[in-house]
Design a protein around this ligand. Structure first.
Ligand code: ATP
Ligand code: MG
Length: 256
């Protein structure tokens, strides 16, 4: 049965999608069966996995509204060697349309239950908001991975996310845990990065992943080739870090 993780942070541009796509590819390299769920109407993870988001026959939108199941809507990322439930801007409509539906926070959870046996990992790329879409992700997951940049404002807003996770844990999904904070776009030459990083370790202890993802231009270039950085340039520092993070996650789930 798959372990299901949300990659979430309501801040924009902190590396959620880069983390989801490259962790998926890193886990695939470690022979894990992975499904990436694109839960963001921007469809960046879909594109980054090499799938054209224009004119999808079915997508996360149809799955949430119940007119398609994941087994039909999923596609294969040949570049990344994992499956993808793709999304595009249509998904923004689901936010409104789901309001009418029963069990609206549990739509994704129910849909994933039918394919969970096909995978070791399901990774959900959340949009930059604490919205109904993100709530669906949190209700479906066993754990949350929070990517963070080590900068002055990094901790700002973290308490909102942590409180939302606590509420979901208390009311909707008792399985939900914060698995860890992932330091991304790390620049070891910056004293501030070092300081914030040390602060995170002090405050959050073993909730901070050991792996640190460096700032690496190859990770930023890869999406324009429709490839995860991990496959685009496997020898790059960024790719190596995400493969190491994959190994760290494989170890973690053995303890869950
Ligand atoms: P959004 O909130 O819009 O969904 P996001 O949190 O998913 O954004 P990304 O799209 O993953 O963030 O990253 C934002 C930008 O930073 C992208 O241009 C991406 O290529 C770049 N980026 C992410 N991680 C790294 C890294 N480790 N090194 C260099 N560039 C990176
Ligand atoms: Mg994103």
């Amino acid at each position: 049965m798959a372990k299901i993780f949300c990659v979430a942070n309501q801040k924009g541009g902190v590396g959620k999608t880069t983390t989801t796509v490259n962790l998926a590819a890193g886990l695939a390299k470690l022979n894990q069966r992975v499904l990436l769920v694109d839960l963001d109407p921007q469809g960046n993870a879909t594109m980054g996995a090499g799938i054209n988001k224009a004119g999808l026959a079915s997508s996360t939108y149809e799955v949430l509204l119940g007119s398609a199941d994941i087994a039909t809507a999923r596609q294969r990322s040949e570049a990344g060697r994992f499956d993808v439930l793709p999304a595009n801007r249509e998904l923004a409509g689901a936010e409104v349309e789901m309001v009418e539906l029963e069990n609206r926070e549990r739509r994704l959870r129910d849909a994933l239950a039918l394919v969970a046996k096909d995978y070791d990992f399901v990774l959900i790329d959340c949009p930059p908001a604490l919205s109904m879409l993100t709530l669906n992700g949190l209700c479906a997951a066993h754990g949350v991975i929070i990517p963070m940049q080590c900068e002055y404002y990094a901790l700002e807003g973290l308490s909102d996310l942590v409180n939302t996770i606590k509420k979901v844990h208390a009311n909707l999904n008792p399985d939900l845990k914060i698995i860890g904070l992932l330091r991304v776009m790390f620049d070891p030459r910056m004293t501030l990065s070092q300081q914030v990083s040390a602060q995170l370790e002090q405050h959050f202890g073993d909730k901070v992943f050991k792996t640190i993802i460096p700032r690496n231009v190859r990770l930023a270039e890869a999406p324009s080739y429709g490839m995860p950085g991990v496959t685009f340039d496997p020898a790059s520092k960024g790719a190596q870090a995400y493969i190491a993070f994959g190994a760290e996650m494989v170890k973690r789930i053995k303890k869950m």
